[in-house]
Ligand binder design. Structure first.
Ligand code: FES
Length: 288
């Protein structure tokens, strides 16, 4: 086996890899801060971009064949959007509706930055941090996003709370990707569907319900995984199994489709849970 040492540059950091390594495993084993989810090529969470040719790769599906220069940043252009509304959903999350030049719709990923601003001053986005969010609006409607306290630094969370109509935020839109394809690509038209969320994604339930109504009259239900650091135990919880059994019964033998909105549970763990229920992994769709 060739043990040639290669260099992986990821944004401003350098990592080593050996020819034939799995790229994601190699980065994680060296403490790289990279996103991932299913580790099976299904959820897209581990997408990285080749800095030399701008092509995207799924790191969990990539075998290291040469040194690489990669970035986690999507190629994006930044535009200024006006706030149409800012509604508190609970103590830890707000819904923003934004007006600007976007053709993003449900499931697309956009990046939002909050302005530094003193009273009476122009919004200033210099050095501002961009937060990744999922577009929740239907096609053609103003961009709708949820910002969560847990994902923002303290100052940005206070800035987000203070936003009011006609304030401005900066939005980076992904370029070169097909927009609004998430539900089409799951191929769930008219199928019975359940959504299973990680604890941090519970507040998206009503958005899923609304978006799925356009695709299927068979939205069977929503389940939130327990906030448990032992994900295998969390998955095996009796309440989840009972929920799935009931959903399978009510879907009457038609192939039940499962959408997992989270990143922590791997495809392997899902397969262990779903096998005894006779649910195949191709009925499970990952959304980060
Ligand atoms: S596609 Fe790579 S982690 Fe899901």
């Amino acid at each position: 086996m060739d043990s040639q040492a290669l260099t992986i540059e990821l944004d401003d950091e350098q990592f080593e890899a050996v020819l034939g390594d799995n790229l994601l495993s190699s980065l994680l084993s060296q403490g790289a801060d990279v996103r991932y989810g299913c580790r099976a090529g299904a959820c897209g969470a581990c997408r990285l971009y080749d800095a030399s040719n701008c092509e995207s790769i799924l790191s969990c599906q990539t075998t290291v064949a040469s040194s690489m220069s990669l970035t986690q940043q999507t190629l994006a252009e930044s535009s200024t959007f006006s706030v149409l509304s800012n509604v508190s959903l609970n103590d830890d999350s707000i819904e923003l509706v934004l007006l600007g030049p976007s053709d993003d719709s449900f499931g697309d990923r956009v990046f939002v930055s909050l302005p530094f601003k003193e009273t009476g001053e122009e919004a200033n986005f210099e050095h501002a941090h961009f937060y990744e969010c999922m577009a929740l609006n239907p096609a053609g409607a103003p961009l709708k996003l949820v910002l969560q306290k847990a994902e923002l630094n303290e100052k940005d969370w206070l800035r987000a709370l203070a936003l009011s109509a006609e304030d401005q935020v900066a939005v980076q839109l992904s370029t070169g990707v097909r927009k609004g394809r998430l539900l089409f690509e799951m191929d769930i038209a008219d199928a019975p569907v359940v959504v299973i969320s990680s604890p941090g994604n519970t507040m998206f339930e009503s958005y899923w319900r609304e978006a799925l109504l356009d695709f299927t009259p068979n939205f069977v239900g929503h389940f939130t995984l327990f906030d448990n650091t032992d994900l295998t135990l969390s998955l095996a919880d009796d309440a989840l199994i009972a929920f799935l059994q009931e959903a399978l019964t009510s879907s009457g033998g038609t192939s039940l489709q499962l959408i997992y909105h989270g990143q922590s549970v791997s495809a392997k763990d899902w397969a262990m849970l779903l096998r005894p229920l006779r649910v195949h992994l191709n009925q499970l769709h990952f959304v980060r």
